[in-house]
Design a protein around this ligand. Structure first.
Ligand SMILES: C[S@@+](CC[C@H](N)C(=O)[O-])C[C@H]1O[C@@H](n2cnc3c(N)ncnc32)[C@H](O)[C@@H]1O
Length: 397
């Protein structure tokens, strides 16, 4: 953010209080010299920070980013006329991201795999990387070899890699390259040699050598290849702890509804405490949750249903038997579902969000429907990026 002739403008790599020279040619202003640095400026901890597009906020202190993210939440709420207690931001540690999507391309020098350079399609090598778990980076050389016969010089592959308890779970999307017999045979051999847990190519299974298990608070689940998973286990733990607390702080909770459940990061642990009905539009996530449920012991009954909650929210009259609702929609928010919750009598709604703007919009609907918003906790799951997640609990007085 910078001030130009009394106007505030946003500049990549700037920090409040910087005195800079800008190049105003091109689509976006660019800093060409920092004359007086902002007090929030720090030396970027990663040597690739100026080049790699994986992080955009390494040039400012962790404390500044945490407070800036908290202010994003406060201002999104204020925009909807909501005043709430917003707690300090919980920031995940470096090297904690368990899932990352890399770009891969064939070049004259072999396969390059990494993150895109800032504002460019050029791919930069990401080792060392302070963002993701070391196992992800350590696996890249073997992945580069494995990918080579499937890559073309023109196209670029998106390679989503997740660390599971049984090794890396890899989903490759390479437009224009189908999984023919020769490629399948190469990938099967190379994937086994690399010790992968699972490999898919353009959503087609290559092989599952070992189930790529993820534990949700100790409860095992095999998420669908490339399906939604909270990017950092510590962030998921923080979000889930608040959701669980919303249940345990009540005297008696018999039934919980988990709206936008994914494959059960909240559903499974909640089922230690109450019967849970889970809804999500992703058939593969619902199938994975269903399968996990059948293998786990000692949980209360779980019902998992595929349902598009934008078009067909769970109606207020069908919410009458629930003591707690959990809602964790995608970035677009869960407006249609919140309109039904606002008309319902569900005593407690635990809301998780990856977008403060749509959270605030939906919170307004719940508050107008009679809910009181408690403290909101921002969670910095995407360290060194502008994204912010949050969790909060609404109660009927
Ligand atoms: C932020 S994720 C949360 C998943 C889960 N609570 C977790 O923490 O792993 C949002 C979920 O919403 C689901 N989703 C997206 N659009 C949907 C829709 N229209 N109806 C129902 N679910 C939807 C996605 O499949 C995804 O699982």
């Amino acid at each position: 953010m910078a001030e130009l002739d009394g106007e505030t403008i946003y500049v990549d790599g700037g920090a409040p209080g910087d005195v800079v020279s800008l190049n105003m040619q091109g689509a976006r202003p660019r800093i060409v010299a920092v004359h007086e640095p902002s007090p929030h400026r720090v030396e970027p901890p990663c040597p690739q920070a100026g080049q790699c597009g994986g992080c955009t906020l390494q040039h400012v202190s962790d404390g500044f980013v945490a407070e800036w993210k908290r202010e994003q939440v406060i201002s999104a709420l204020a925009h909807r006329g909501i005043e709430a207690e917003v707690m300090p931001t919980l920031t995940v540690p470096p090297r904690s991201r368990r899932r990352a999507t890399f770009a891969a391309r064939r070049s004259n020098a072999g396969v390059v795999i990494g993150f895109h350079e800032k504002a460019s399609s050029h791919i930069v090598d990401v080792s060392p990387c302070l963002l993701v778990k070391p196992a992800l980076i350590e696996g890249l050389p073997a992945l580069a070899q494995l990918l080579e016969p499937g890559l073309t010089r023109r196209g670029e592959a998106r390679v989503s890699v997740t660390t599971s308890t049984n090794g890396l779970d890899v989903a490759v999307e390479m437009p224009g390259k189908t999984l023919d017999r020769a490629l399948l045979s190469h990938l099967s051999e190379a994937g086994r040699a690399a010790g992968l847990a699972r490999l898919t190519w353009n959503n087609e299974p290559v092989a599952e050598w070992r189930p790529p298990v993820i534990e949700f608070d100790g409860l095992a689940c095999v998420p669908p290849a490339g399906g939604f998973l909270q990017a950092v286990a510590q962030a998921e733990d923080a979000l889930r702890a608040r959701v669980i607390q919303a249940v345990t702080s009540r005297k008696r909770v018999r039934r919980v509804v988990d709206l936008f459940s994914g494959c059960g990061a909240f559903t499974l642990p909640l089922a230690r405490l109450a019967k849970v009905d889970a809804f999500d539009s992703d058939a593969a996530a619902i199938a994975a949750l269903d399968k996990a449920t059948r293998h786990l012991q000692g949980l209360k009954p779980i019902r998992a249903d595929k349902r598009d909650l934008f078009r067909r929210p769970v109606f207020a009259m069908d919410l009458k038997d629930y003591d707690v609702a959990v809602i964790d929609p995608p970035r677009a928010g869960g407006l249609a579902q919140c309109e039904q919750l606002a008309k319902s009598k569900v005593p407690v709604v635990a809301g998780v969000s990856c977008n403060p703007a749509t959270f605030a919009r939906d919170a307004r609907v719940l508050i107008d429907g009679g809910y009181r918003l408690g403290a909101v906790t921002p969670v910095d799951q995407f360290r060194w990026s502008p994204h912010v997640e949050l969790v909060a609990v609404f109660e009927r007085p």
